[in-house]
Design a protein around this ligand. Structure first.
Ligand code: SF4
Ligand code: FES
Length: 246
């Protein structure tokens, strides 16, 4: 396939960015999206030009590093698929593809397609850790947890902290991300010990970092590659109100 790319290029946080046009030639439909960018970068390096900077690590859909808006959609057109797991068979010869970084006040652009998502790390850090001793595996199994609660906790734990929910939200809200982290621990007895303190501190951190509030657009849920549901935001709100009342 031959494709035309329009890629956001920006030298640094304080610099002005712009879309630049590149040709991606002889792209196999078996390549991943990031491998296609590797091919384009190889060509740029051979020509002595600055390669396109983009984040990636695992390339297996588990680390949450690959943060690109493809044709206006965070992580691109495939549902529940990270950029690294998106394959070129979903595009066709002659396509034009627009590639931009996450856009949110709390995610300043570092370079090109790389944004600083350390604000999400600081929300997690604000939550602290659990003080309950969970012991070895047999001890953990000895704590009886209702199956629906365990399932909900595991569903919430699927969040990979990619930030697509923030990029998709018109308010740049991190409530889907924070709600997944809060719910993951609040559903389990080990996490209940500090649950009230955790939800207050994480919510304060979220506001301090400049994320907006949820106004029920549900764009976050649609963009999330891990299927985190907005019901978790309702859980976050309930946990927060309970904690404040206490
Ligand atoms: S909730 Fe979904 S979109 Fe948001 S950070 Fe977690 S995995 Fe990414
Ligand atoms: S590179 Fe790890 S999730 Fe995409």
């Amino acid at each position: 396939m031959n494709l035309t790319l329009y890629v956001w290029r920006q030298k640094g946080t304080a610099e002005q960015g712009r879309l630049e046009q590149y040709e991606a030639r002889d792209i196999s439909h078996e390549m991943s999206f990031l491998e296609m960018l590797d091919v384009v970068n190889d060509g740029l390096i051979r020509e002595g030009k600055d390669p396109i900077a983009f984040d990636h690590d695992c390339r297996e859909g588990i680390c949450g590093m690959c943060s690109q808006v493809i044709n206006g959609i965070p992580h691109g057109p495939q549902e529940r698929t990270t950029v690294c797991q998106l394959h070129m068979r979903h595009f066709k010869d002659g396509d034009s593809i627009y590639i931009e970084p996450w856009r949110a006040k709390a995610f300043p652009v570092v370079k090109d397609l790389i944004v600083d998502r350390s604000s999400l790390d600081r929300i997690i850090e604000a939550g602290g850790y659990t003080s309950a001793h969970t012991g070895g595996v047999p001890d953990a199994n000895a704590i009886l947890i209702p199956k629906p609660d365990a399932d909900t906790a595991m569903d919430a734990a699927e969040c990979i902290g990619c930030g697509a929910c923030v990029a998709a939200c018109p308010n740049g809200s991190a409530m889907l991300f924070t709600s997944a982290k809060v719910t993951h621990l609040a559903m389990l007895p080990q996490g209940r010990v500090e649950a009230a303190r955790r939800v207050c501190l994480m919510t304060e951190a979220m506001q301090r970092e400049g994320f907006g509030n949820c106004s029920n657009h549900y764009e976050c849920q649609a963009a999330c590659p891990k299927g985190i549901r907005v019901q978790f935001i309702a859980k976050l709100n309930r946990e927060f109100i309970k904690a404040r009342a206490r």
